[in-house]
Design a protein around this ligand. Structure first.
Ligand code: SER
Length: 340
């Protein structure tokens, strides 16, 4: 098998870091990393090439397309849900127009290379919108097609971009004389909140969980912006990376849909707090709900039904709640702050 070339947008973000580190440890992949800000030194050295540029700049994307033959495009760049509520029009531009630009670039790449190009897309549980807490508790795990009435700009952007992906894969320019499908092979996962031991998210609403872990590891107090009973699904970063890679590697015939739920564990904020305290006895969490961010979390599901991903491409998280803490988060976050 020859070397693959992969484009990663949002390379400076949390998933970008995880993916780039993974590829750096495995032969056969050349990563072209792109971000609005210069990549940090460690990440940059792990890339084959890196570029600072804006995904809203079509000329920048054209130059990338001319310079490389990409096998897969991992489009990770986005404004997360809390930041997107503060700057909704900017979020729409980056999250939607940016994705549209990348999809168009994928078509260009496909034409240049004469083959279908994979487009790997992290969507989110933010595409869901439960109307109230009793409904959230009642419905429990939800399937992909249920409750897709998001109440955030970010959730709306992600849901729409999933539809764009489906359009580019199956119906692109469907009125043209020549059939235009077969350029883009869009594959998405709806991630729960992600928790990494090595990085912190910026501008998300599920950030209370990683923040709680990192503050405890640093020995600093944490004011948690949610109620103790708040429950949404979470996933350890290594499993998130596995999900993207497995979905990329799956054969197209096995995929019955464009976008899949992936789940791992669903602790309440109070269970998280107890588990963090068990690991870091000095952890000092004070719950002081921000009612507006809380309302967003209350509209996200308690858990997701990921049976389609398990069936179609063998999704299976390595980390449950206990194992995530015991074998990944606690040792890795401890090492991380010791080395600082
Ligand atoms: N973690 C994201 C956020 O909180 C949801 O996908 O915005």
């Amino acid at each position: 098998m020859g070397t693959k070339t992969i484009l990663i947008t949002g390379a400076n973000g949390e998933i970008g870091h995880g993916l780039i580190s993974h590829f750096a440890e495995h032969d056969g992949v050349k990563v072209v990393g792109v971000d609005l800000n210069p990549l940090d030194d460690t990440t940059r050295t792990k890339c084959f090439k890196s570029f600072t540029g804006d995904i809203l700049d079509k000329r920048f994307l054209d130059s990338l397309s001319t310079g490389f033959d990409f096998d897969s495009i991992y489009h990770l760049a986005a404004l997360l849900s809390t930041r997107a509520e503060r700057q909704p029009t900017l979020a729409h531009k980056v999250n939607v127009d940016g994705t549209l630009n990348l999809l168009e670039m994928t078509v260009t790449q496909s034409r240049l290379q004469g083959r279908e190009i994979k487009f790997i897309y992290p969507s989110s549980i933010a595409v869901y919108g439960l109307p109230d807490l009793p409904t959230k508790h009642k419905v429990g795990k939800i399937k992909e097609e249920e409750w897709t009435e998001p109440r955030t700009m970010y959730g709306i952007n992600k849901l729409y971009c999933e539809k764009l992906g489906r359009y580019y894969t199956h119906f692109y320019r469907q009125l043209d004389a020549e059939p235009m499908a077969g350029y883009v092979d869009f594959r998405g996962v709806r991630f729960p909140g992600l928790i990494s031991a090595l990085t912190l998210p910026t501008g998300g609403t599920s950030d209370f969980a990683p923040e709680m872990v990192h503050q405890a590891a640093k020995g600093e107090p944490y004011t948690c912006f949610v109620r103790e009973d708040t429950t949404i699904p979470f996933m350890a970063m290594p499993d998130a990376i596995t999900a993207l890679l497995k979905l990329d590697a799956a054969s197209r015939e096995k995929l019955g849909r464009e976008v899949y739920n992936v789940g791992s564990f669903s602790p309440s904020a109070s269970e998280l707090n107890n588990r963090v305290k068990k690991a870091f006895a000095s952890s000092d969490v004070n719950f002081k709900p921000d009612l507006k961010r809380q309302a967003i979390l209350d509209s996200w599901p308690e858990d997701v039904d990921d049976s389609e991903a398990r069936k179609d491409w063998g999704w299976k998280p390595a980390y449950g709640f206990e194992r995530a803490f015991e074998e990944y988060l606690v040792p890795a976050v401890t090492r991380f702050y010791m080395s600082k």
